[in-house]
Design a protein around this ligand. Structure first.
Ligand code: 5AD
Ligand code: FES
Length: 330
């Protein structure tokens, strides 16, 4: 099944066929990636960020949050804990924090790759040389959402950033042999349905191996504080269409979806998603990594999240993968 741009727009605008859409996406998911759910252990290792994204609570001008940085050795320690807990992929995520230079990151990557796991980085825009060095040290995957393909909206949302550089990052990562993840926010103020259709086509064109999609949730300490929430259903529709068009990619049931709907991740797993990224950061840091408000699991410890999500996945008769969860076979 392949939808044209116009068909994508029509489906996104029409809510009368949503059940059909979600069922189709669930079938395409089953046919292409099966019933296994891949769990990725997420370590949020620094909330320090030099960027100014208008939607993000970690933006550098937010002076009200308590900033932290986890020491390189401690990141490796937490990664080991995640692997001991059964995670086959560790995801390292942070704000764009220059403390973690090429050299520092390479040491962390090498330390983690001594463990039995795949490693995903999500640390923002870096140079080709940095990406190359990280790959040579063993990093397997990289996540960097395009956020929106609407150039004007991109410019408004990201002061001092450049859409073309973000695309350059995605292309560099792809050329270096990473599995590459991208994605978008759904419900940014001024975002059009047409641009969401373009986002989906962009994921396909860039050759994304993973696509993360979540609703925008306004953060009180940002310029967008008075805007409305993105729609859970619309985010789910963008995700379902991404599954139908991109077939065998890995798609997470995102935490932002669960923030807007108490059963959001399970609904997403039944509408095209096949990945969950439980937080493995210890409780002392969780509340501080406040990209958006009301994030789930800020009062839980890593083992509680693991048990919770395993139970939920089993309750819908899906299985937890024992493989590394690469796009082409574990
Ligand atoms: N609401 C929802 N998602 C957000 N992100 C950043 N700020 C928000 C927000 N207010 C997402 C971005 C980023 C990812 C790590 O978190 O898409 O890529
Ligand atoms: Fe954290 Fe359910 S995943 S408590």
């Amino acid at each position: 099944m392949d939808f044209s741009r116009q068909e994508l727009i029509d489906i996104l605008k029409d809510d009368s066929r949503n059940d059909w859409l979600f069922e189709l996406a669930d079938r395409v998911r089953l046919e292409n990636v099966g019933d296994e759910v891949h769990l990725r252990g997420l370590i949020e290792f620094s909330n320090i960020c030099k960027c100014q994204c208008n939607y993000c609570g970690l933006r550098s001008s937010n002076k009200t949050i308590d900033r932290y940085r986890i020491e390189p050795d401690d990141i490796i320690f937490y990664a080991k804990k995640a692997v001991d807990m059964g995670y086959k992929t560790v995801v390292l995520q942070s704000g764009e924090d220059d403390f973690y230079s090429r050299e520092v990151m390479c040491e962390v990557i090498k330390g983690i790759k001594e463990l039995d796991c795949a490693l995903t980085l999500s640390i923002g825009e870096r140079s080709f040389e940095d990406y190359k060095a990280f790959k040579e040290c063993g990093a397997d995957r990289y996540l960097i959402r395009i956020e929106t393909t609407d150039r004007e909206l991109y410019k408004k949302m990201h002061p001092n950033m450049d859409f073309e550089n973000r695309v350059r990052c995605l292309k560099d990562l792809k050329n270096l042999g990473y599995e590459v993840g991208t994605g978008c926010l759904v419900g940014l103020p001024g975002q059009t349905i047409e641009s969401l259709a373009d986002d989906i086509l962009f994921f396909k064109e860039i050759g994304a191996d993973m696509v993360g999609i979540g609703p925008f949730i306004p953060h009180p300490q940002t310029p967008l504080k008075d805007c409305e929430n993105g729609s859970f259903t619309l985010a789910l529709k963008v995700m379902a269409l991404t599954r139908i068009l991109l077939k065998n990619v890995n798609i997470p049931a995102t935490t932002a979806m669960e923030t807007l709907n108490p059963n959001g991740r399970i609904i997403a797993l039944q509408s095209g998603a096949n990945v969950v990224m439980p937080n493995v950061t210890t409780k002392e840091f969780r509340a501080k990594y406040e990209i958006y408000p009301n994030k789930i699991c800020i009062n839980e410890e890593p083992s509680q999240c693991r048990n919770c999500i395993e139970g939920k996945i089993k309750s819908i008769s899906r299985t937890i993968s024992k493989g590394y969860g690469f796009r082409s076979n574990s």
